[in-house]
Design a protein. Structure first.
Length: 229
């Protein structure tokens, strides 16, 4: 089984912290973010990861190589910024398994197994999105699903502080997801240009510890939280 990790972003919100080092190689409690993610993927039966790289690709390749934390690594380098959807489309040229995982490279998850996503996935689904509970939905896009988990709508960032379930940026896709990719486009977003137009997309909700390390305060929190694991 294969997985794609999206790690080509500029990480501008982290400032000097990720200026010369890809944020997927930032250290969290003695391991890089990539090592934590590989641990999750290995537990789910993944044997090969494609890193959808771009910014700081050469640094990433030098530090990671072709085997990292016991995982076989391949690369799908962006020559220009492709957006999340374009990056997946580019990396899928090297994917020959279905389903396959896609993870954002700045996400950490504690006390959760990606095998739960595999168990949720059934033939006929375009994909399963991890929907995570957060105390404040304002920085994220909210997922609204029915009692069967089928996604009804995606709500963009909401102005009012409240708890809810948001897109956890961890996905399990069937190859049929490409049917919703914008035709003839290289640059597009999964969140804006694909997900709203897929009818058979499902959410798996979890209340377990999920952290987006994309800003300094959440990176600092992750370093404290994971040190206790």
């Amino acid at each position: 089984m294969q997985a794609i990790i999206l790690c080509g972003g500029l990480a501008t919100r982290l400032g000097e912290t990720a200026k010369t080092l890809p944020k997927i190689l930032l250290e969290i409690a003695g391991k890089t973010v990539l090592e934590w993610q590989i641990h999750l993927l290995t537990d789910a039966g993944v044997t090969e990861v494609i890193l959808a790289s771009g910014h700081l690709h050469d640094v990433l390749y030098e530090r990671v190589g072709e085997v990292y934390a016991g995982m076989h690594i391949r690369y799908a380098k962006e020559e220009k910024r492709l957006g999340t959807g374009g990056a997946v489309q580019n990396a899928m040229r090297q994917v020959d398994t279905s389903p396959f995982f896609v993870l954002n490279g700045d996400i950490l998850l504690a006390n959760f197994s990606l095998r739960e996503m595999l168990a949720r996935f059934h033939k006929g689904m375009a994909g399963v999105l991890l929907s995570v509970h957060v105390p404040d939905i304002r920085p994220y896009g909210e997922i609204v699903s029915d009692s069967d988990g089928q996604i009804q709508t995606f709500r963009e960032k909401q102005p009012t502080r409240r708890a809810g379930y948001v897109n956890g940026a961890m996905y399990l896709f069937d190859r049929s997801i490409t049917e919703a990719f914008p035709k003839g486009q290289e640059v597009f977003s999964l969140e804006r240009d694909v997900f709203p137009f897929v009818s058979n997309l499902y959410a798996l909700q979890t209340d377990e510890g999920w952290i987006d390390i994309g800003v300094p305060e959440r990176l600092a929190y992750a370093r404290k939280h994971f040190a206790r694991l």
